[in-house]
Design a protein around this ligand. Sequence first.
Ligand code: ZN
Length: 461
Amino acid sequence: MNRASRIFWPMLVKPKDAVIKQTEQLSRSQKLLTELGLIKSGSNGTYQIMPIAQRSLDKCINLVQQNMFEAGGQKITLPILTSTALWKKSGRLEGDISEFYMVRDRSGKQFLMSPTHEEAVTAMLATAAPISYRQLPLRLYQIGPKFRDELKSRFGMMRAKEFLMKDMYTFDLSQETAKETYDIITKAYNRFFQQLEVPFVKVNAETGIMGGSLSHEYHFISSVGEDTLVKCESCGYAGNAEVLHQSSNCPSCQKADNLSRVHGVEVAHTFLLGDKYSKPLGATFLNTSGKPQSLIMGCYGIGVSRVLAASLEVLSTDQELRWPKLLAPYDVCVIGPKQGSKEQTLAERVEYNLLEHLGHICGSDEVLHDDRKDLTIGKRLLDGKRLGHPFIIVAGAKSVLAEDPKLELHSSDGNKIELNLNEALQMVNQYVNHKKDLIDIRRSTKEEEQTNRKQKVGHTL
Ligand SMILES: [Zn+2]
């Protein structure tokens, strides 16, 4: 059981006449997260994640891992420091390097605080024992911090200089099998974003600095999004506006003036890379006739901390956080009577009975007991609503009425209803079952198509 009185939760207390220096542009999720003590701003562009937000981030990590496991992924960890010598070999130090953090060790050797790991993982394979075609495909991923010295870090964790990323690198024996891998991983990405229930779009993208032949981006639609996405109303093509190259014609059907535009926050990116890295770094496998042949690569990123921040940005109101169900820090928050109130003794019996039942339904780790009994119910309810718990259940004066005792249930969609114990437990139970259904999403292609037709949320813009 989690007790609110024991949680480190450094809320920002603003004196009424305080003038707060705005050092960066805040988004509403960023503002709420900071004020509620869920994250703290570190040095410019970095963030300290406090316990309640950490729970949510850990849930996001777990969900990503489940989907990577489903797609045949094996988890590894590569060092944050990558020798710049490797990046010289791939040619990537020749472009704009102003966003890279570089460090030197005591002997003068230079390293990158890796913004991505194509070189590192490819060099690792190149120096491993000869890989047989029988071991392929190989799908290796990691979840760890990445570094980018952004000129303008903005909107908190949505664009930070240090961020958490899931990066997967795949190795296949041919373009054809690499394309099969690409389809499997993008399917896992679709499933992950469906599980979050945040409206998303998958669009065609430029391959840019990564190189390669095929690339897609996943975006949450948001007015603070820094990317412009276009959709061709004539042929249905959707892409990042950068694919237009200043043309006003659709890259697919070439028709002009039929492109609509929206803003998006990029939360994931996939690339089919071919041999762009394996060739210069010498990563090969032994083919059926025992001859070495270049591995065909793909790379697949999900900005894990950005997914969390951008989900909150899309779902929250100006006053209250709203979480994807699978990422909410707790399922339910319980508020009992205030210390010294006349109903205290009797209402506490109801409160503890409720806590016990909820523990069985959600698992006690998913229940937050707001035991700050020196605070009024109203004050604790206000905090709970701002935190955006899916459910808040109050055992107050009405819960001890001799006739028809009622609990007050507040759900994060803004509804408040009075219910008896069993009815309240039933609602929580339904919610828990919905979460289970989300985790079990295994839609057949046919069902997936139907869903796409029914709702605008989905795979095309
Ligand atoms: Zn078109």
